[in-house]
Write a protein that binds this ligand. Structure first.
Ligand SMILES: Nc1ncnc2c1ncn2[C@@H]1O[C@H](COP(=O)(O)OP(=O)(O)OP(=O)(O)O)[C@@H](O)[C@H]1O
Ligand SMILES: [Mg+2]
Length: 284
């Protein structure tokens, strides 16, 4: 019986063999951070700001992945993206020639073709998830390609869809850190709780450090109730990010928030959270 890969004219082993020498396929323990949470809680802002913080260190290879089909990370990073992983998928579905290309060239190389480069970081946009029909083999292949590809980086940051769906579908399996972002509303905390419920039961996330990030705290607001709910759920609080008028100004002017002053309260808070949760020797 044919394997799903063969079914689609894609030979897994063939592709592994054709991995070019400049691609280091040895499993590298790069840091992978996924950012999840309720819609509008600040996931993209957090990922964009973490990207800038890691990029500013200077000697790290940093990859920012927009895994949200409502693409917005590139704008926050000031990058124009013309092709997405979903375009590769569609091409492979529709075009046998493209499928052959995926077989002859390593899938990681196809992914690197659509990569955009920023200052000190690269950006990969996933685009829309699979359309009608089951293209499991192609999706598995892409997942494999992205995993292989992200091994080239010291740090990979993933901006996820709102809600628990991508945790459910294991899009983020194996990440080292998962940040669940919430605004200071109880609704946000409930969504955070539903994501935490899925994450804590997932075998593939059992060594992932999961924690809550409370965003948009007003100066005098008390987050005691939120911290209490988190404690009741057994969910660690990674830290807090204040309401930052720079974010609002930059966003409403359509300027990439990555260009905000480094002294902006949100940038400082996110740097502080990373210092607390990133293991090891990064000088953040
Ligand atoms: N700390 C903050 N201070 C002020 N405004 C903020 C802050 N964090 C986020 N915002 C604003 O909140 C809005 C939502 O932020 P963002 O787009 O990052 O959320 P999201 O979780 O990625 O949303 P979506 O679920 O739609 O992808 C934006 O308009 C952003 O400017
Ligand atoms: Mg977003």
């Amino acid at each position: 019986m044919k394997s799903p890969q063969e079914e689609h004219g894609l030979s897994e082993t063939g592709m592994v063999k054709s991995l070019p020498p400049e691609f280091d396929s040895s499993p590298k323990e790069g840091l992978r951070i996924a950012v999840v949470g309720k819609g509008g809680s600040g996931k993209t802002m957090v990922v964009a700001t973490m990207t800038r913080v890691f990029a500013s260190i200077g000697n790290l290879r940093v990859l920012a992945i927009d895994a949200d089909s409502a693409v917005s990370l590139p704008y926050a990073l000031g990058i124009e993206v013309d092709r997405t992983v979903s375009d590769i998928r569609n091409q492979m579905i529709e075009n046998p020639q493209a499928r052959r290309e995926a077989r002859d060239r390593h899938i990681s190389l196809l992914i690197s073709d659509i990569l955009k480069r920023g200052q000190g970081f690269d950006v990969l946009v996933m685009g829309r998830p699979e359309g009608p029909g089951c293209y499991c083999a192609i999706n598995d292949l892409l997942k494999y390609g992205i995993e292989t590809f992200s091994r080239q980086y010291d740090v990979t940051l993933i901006d996820c869809e709102a809600g628990p769906e991508q945790v459910n579908r294991r899009v983020v399996s194996g990440v080292g850190i998962m940040m669940i972002v919430t605004d200071p509303s109880m609704r946000g905390v409930r969504v955070a709780g539903s994501i935490w419920e899925v994450a804590r039961k997932d075998e593939q996330l059992k060594s992932t450090h999961v924690g809550l990030v409370i965003n948009r705290l007003k100066a005098k607001a008390d987050d005691g109730l939120i911290a209490e709910s988190a404690a009741r759920m057994g969910l660690e609080v990674f830290g807090r990010i204040p309401e930052d008028e720079n974010v609002e100004h930059w966003d409403s002017a359509g300027r990439p928030i990555i260009d905000m002053p480094a002294s902006s309260p949100s940038v400082e808070a996110i740097r502080g959270i990373l210092r607390a949760v990133v293991p090891g020797r990064l000088s953040l």
